[in-house]
Design a protein around this ligand. Structure first.
Ligand code: CMC
Length: 389
């Protein structure tokens, strides 16, 4: 039997699946709407980057003030979502629910409660994108409070109006207002995580939007795609792997013992989490930025946090020397969030709090110039046969 479709590329590697004006991912630079990632990490706040991605241009001082006010005004969650978090939060300890699935369902529920959920005009999409950007940190924070068995922090307002986006996220999770350094580290991590062209979750969102489905539905699907350990779930998996190595080595970080551990992992064909990338074969631009910030934060917090970076650096060196594989952004993210005391199962939800801006920008771009995304498959099943043979 013949097929009209050409032979596929496994994992669509190297396939250019469409145009975008939002982001350019290349080995020599990562660019958001014309601005290079080091420039943004150093000079822009996450709110400014979010505005850039959603609106297309860098905000003026007045536009930024207005945007921040809009985010603050939209932080609080509807009571039905808070009730949902109270119901499902305790299921985490029982192993039935994980935070990424809770964020996914809470976003879907927000869609059911949003009077504009079915509207896909540019104006309605932008308003929904801002509401989601404002509310996702509140979902994460309230969920963590329930998991910790503590009262929900600021249930009426979704935080402290004097705190910026990153600081408020940390405040909602712990009830403690973070110091400037923790705020800065998380703020930069959000910028680094905000956008990455046609990665798996964004592509998922675009496929859903391409059927003319709605923003909340497309974001819900994108969250499900981000969860996997080959994608956003790698930041949790990277820290879990370091904890596994540390436990197996009884806390004795000896390079020879780490090498033996890694050789066993290679023999078992295990993928080392937080390493490798489909596009960046010579290193991920984002990883050294977060590594340096995270290491500095760990140093201020003490040896018990620095030791994770010491172990991570040994793993990185062996990976590079023996496999020529570089860490991606998720590797330093694990160690960095650990140093800030963030619970490991919230690492990927925090990735959601950042990537919502990139996803929303892509969903809007897809809706603005839509054609259904419907590729062909290369049929490799049985030859034609008769049911009543
Ligand atoms: N550990 C060990 N070997 C690896 C790794 C790794 N992390 N990554 C790639 N390789 C090897 C792989 O085994 C293969 O070797 P061989 O040719 O001998 O079979 C070769 O490198 C090419 O790898 P690949 O799996 O074909 O590459 P890919 O482009 O399909 O996969 C990847 C990219 C990111 C899924 C993969 O590198 C991986 O599984 N990494 C671990 C998970 C991870 O860190 N994901 C985060 C991705 S980036 C940020 C994000 O989305 O959050």
């Amino acid at each position: 039997m013949t097929t009209a479709a050409p032979a596929p590329k496994a994992g669509l590697e190297g396939v250019v699946a469409g145009d975008t004006a939002i982001c350019n991912v290349e080995q020599d630079a990562l660019i958001y709407r014309g601005y290079e990632i080091h420039d943004l990490a150093e000079n822009a706040t996450f709110e400014e980057v979010a505005y850039l991605l959603l609106e297309g241009e860098k905000p003026t001082a007045e536009q930024l003030r207005f945007f921040k006010d809009e985010l603050i005004a939209n932080r609080a969650l509807p009571p039905a979502v808070i009730d949902y978090l109270k119901t499902v939060g305790p299921m985490v300890a029982q192993g039935a629910a994980v935070p990424m699935d809770i964020v996914r369902t809470a976003v879907s529920l927000l869609g059911n409660l949003d009077m504009e959920s079915q509207a896909i005009t540019p104006e309605a999409n932008l308003r929904k994108a801002k509401r989601l950007t404002a509310k996702i940190p509140t979902i994460i924070g309230h969920m963590q409070n329930v998991i910790d068995g503590k009262p929900i922090v600021a249930p009426d307002t979704g935080g402290d109006a004097n705190l910026g986006h990153a600081a408020n996220l940390l405040y909602l999770m712990s009830g403690q207002r973070p110091d400037k350094e923790a705020e800065k580290v998380v703020d930069v991590s959000l910028t680094l995580y905000a956008e990455h062209d046609y990665n798996a979750s964004t592509f998922t969102g675009r496929v859903i939007a391409g059927t003319l489905s709605d923003m909340h539905g497309a974001v819900t699907g994108a969250i499900a795609a981000l969860k996997g350990p080959l994608h956003g779930g790698a930041n949790e998996a990277a820290m879990d792997m370091l904890r596994e190595i540390m436990a197996d080595l009884n806390g004795n970080i000896d390079p020879g013992a780490v090498r033996d551990w890694m050789h066993k992992a290679f023999d078992e064909k295990r993928k080392l989490m937080g390493f490798g990338h489909r596009v960046y074969k010579n290193g991920d631009h984002r990883a050294p930025i977060l590594h340096a910030l995270g290491r500095a934060a760990a140093k201020k917090r003490g040896a018990e946090f620095v030791k994770w970076f010491e172990l991570g650096e040994i793993v990185q060196k062996i990976m590079l020397d023996e496999k020529n594989i570089h860490p991606n952004v998720d590797f330093p993210c694990g160690m960095t969030y650990y140093a800030l005391g963030i619970p490991v199962p919230q690492y990927t939800p925090i990735f959601v709090a950042a990537r919502i801006t990139g996803w929303a920008a892509h969903i809007m771009e897809q809706h603005a110039n839509n054609r259904l995304i419907r590729p062909r498959a290369n049929y490799v099943g049985p030859d034609l046969r008769k049911w009543n043979a």
